[in-house]
Design a protein around this ligand. Structure first.
Ligand code: FAD
Length: 449
């Protein structure tokens, strides 16, 4: 173990939440060490589409995500506008935007990789110390149980980073199949990981090791459907191959049955798909839907061709019977599938889902226009909704509900802001990151005064 390095605040993870926390702590006068497991800062935020979006009011957020934590919801909703102004003041180009996916009511856009790089450079220019290839593995504590720093593994060995406070912002536990199976369920270790590769639950596990409580919603996550194996989806292909269109399609499992109301949206469909046999599902649609909802969304993109290009399984047929036969060759139960499709088409033609075992609230169109398509899809997890339990100052709480001295969490490590339904990952990481960095630095500097 090498000589400990000392700061006021140690931030674990240099993604959206970690960079926001580090810069905010610096602005309060704190000396900050920022540890990043990967070779570069940026995390999943740098891979993102860059839409910083959330709901405009508490009521709108509560209506959309009734089971989300209300205090964290306030941090998000109230912190959104100030955070956008703050990013602009830091020199990040953030412009009002519209997005097909983010229809929450408040949406801005930034060029994600460049913006994250800019924030990391600014942090260093202001005297912050960024340590890449430095993976926090254990929290250091004093005799009273307060957190006093982290031990981290670096290529040269283990190092200690001492600080008056630690902000955990390691981005969730989506990359840890042991944890996803434990919390999300039986088929969760078959999910694809649509995230940076380093968010493997270190924040959650380090917090649990010092007595932290967990939030609600540990079974829930934000994710999407991607082409199923044998497709291989590299990070550069995450965006073009995402099946954002699944809300318009018919989704069936290997039993040939619909298993969810597809019209709730792709992030809900991904969670339902994670509970289907082998975590494998099939999106079925006809040419009318392909031309209206898939082709050219956004312009110049064909998501079916993109799925094929990464080795995904795509079937086409001139009749529904022909499509069912091809799905049989993929292991789907054909009699059940044929019945599912005829029941579905009959219900959609009557514009009523009353006779269906699984509802279909919106986008009620039958599969009627040849040719017919099927794409094999798998749930892909971007970040976990559950994590460490925090209070309104982002302090991590112990199992008795008391703050653990010196420990804060933000972004996906701070669980409970969302619960199955999604309200903007970048906005959540940005607002909670700022709040955590501010609270951590203020507490450390106040204790010293
Ligand atoms: C393809 C894609 C598109 C997306 N598009 C959008 C979008 O348009 N809008 C939106 O709101 N959200 C989007 N998201 C989600 C968004 O990126 C995340 O919600 C957000 O980045 C979460 O922020 P975070 O700081 O919690 O995690 P991250 O940004 O992932 O940062 C976590 C960081 O912690 C590091 N780390 C992990 N473990 C350790 C450790 N032990 N020690 C040190 N460092 C560690 C990781 O390497 C990573 O850099 C998208 C994500 C992806 C993958």
């Amino acid at each position: 173990m090498r000589e400990p390095l000392s700061s006021d605040v140690v931030v674990v993870g240099a993604g959206m939440a970690g960079l926001a926390a580090a810069l905010a702590a610096q602005e309060r006068g704190g000396r900050v060490a920022l540890l990043e497991a990967g070779p570069e800062p940026g995390g999943s935020a740098a891979l993102s589409a860059g839409f910083v979006a959330t709901y405009p009011t508490h009521d709108a957020l509560r209506a959309a995500i009734p089971l989300g934590d209300p205090e964290q919801g306030r941090l998000l909703v109230d912190g959104y506008d100030p955070a956008i102004h703050w990013l602009r003041a830091l020199g990040v180009a953030v412009v009002p935007a519209e997005s097909n996916e983010f229809r929450f009511g408040r949406t801005h856009h930034l060029e994600a990789p460049a913006a994250l790089r800019h924030l990391a450079t600014l942090f260093q220019d202001r005297g912050g110390r960024l340590y890449t290839r430095t993976r926090a593995v254990r929290l250091l504590t004093d005799a009273a149980g307060g957190v006093t720093g982290v031990a981290a593994s670096q290529p040269a060995g283990l190092a200690e980073f001492r600080g008056g406070a630690v902000v955990l912002a390691s981005g969730g536990f989506q990359g840890n199949p042991e944890l996803t199976t434990r919390y999300i369920g039986r088929w969760a270790d078959r999910m694809l990981v649509r995230s940076n590769p380093h968010s493997v639950g270190d924040g959650l596990l380090m917090g649990l090791a010092v007595g932290a409580a967990t939030s609600r919603g540990l079974h829930a996550f934000y994710g999407h459907l991607l082409p199923a194996p044998p497709a291989v989806v590299a990070p550069r292909d995450f965006l073009p191959t995402t099946a954002y269109y699944s809300r318009y399609a018919v989704l069936v499992n290997l039993q040939g049955e619909r298993f969810t109301d597809e019209s709730q949206g792709d992030e809900m469909n991904a969670q339902a798909a994670a509970r289907q046999e082998q975590a494998t599902v099939f999106a079925l649609f006809d040419r009318a839907m392909y031309e209206r909802r898939i082709l050219g969304q956004p312009p110049h993109l064909d998501r079916v061709a993109a799925a094929r290009a990464v080795g995904g399984r795509v079937a086409t047929a001139l009749t529904l019977e022909g499509l069912v036969e091809q799905l049989g060759a993929w292991g789907v139960r054909t009699h059940a599938l044929a019945r599912t499709l005829s029941d579905y088409n009959r219900a959609m033609a009557a514009d009523s889902d009353a006779a269906l075992p699984v509802p279909r609230a919106a986008h009620r169109t039958p599969l009627a226009t040849p040719e017919f398509f099927a794409v094999a899809l798998a749930p892909a997890i971007t970040f976990t909704h559950g994590g460490l339990r925090i209070d309104a100052r982002c302090r991590v709480l112990d199992r008795g509900g008391q703050p653990i001295p010196g420990l804060y969490a933000a972004g996906a490590d701070a669980g409970g802001t969302f619960y199955e339904r999604y309200g903007g990952g970048l906005a959540m990481a940005l607002t909670l990151g700022r709040a955590a960095g501010t609270a951590a630095a203020d507490a450390v500097l106040a204790a010293r005064a």
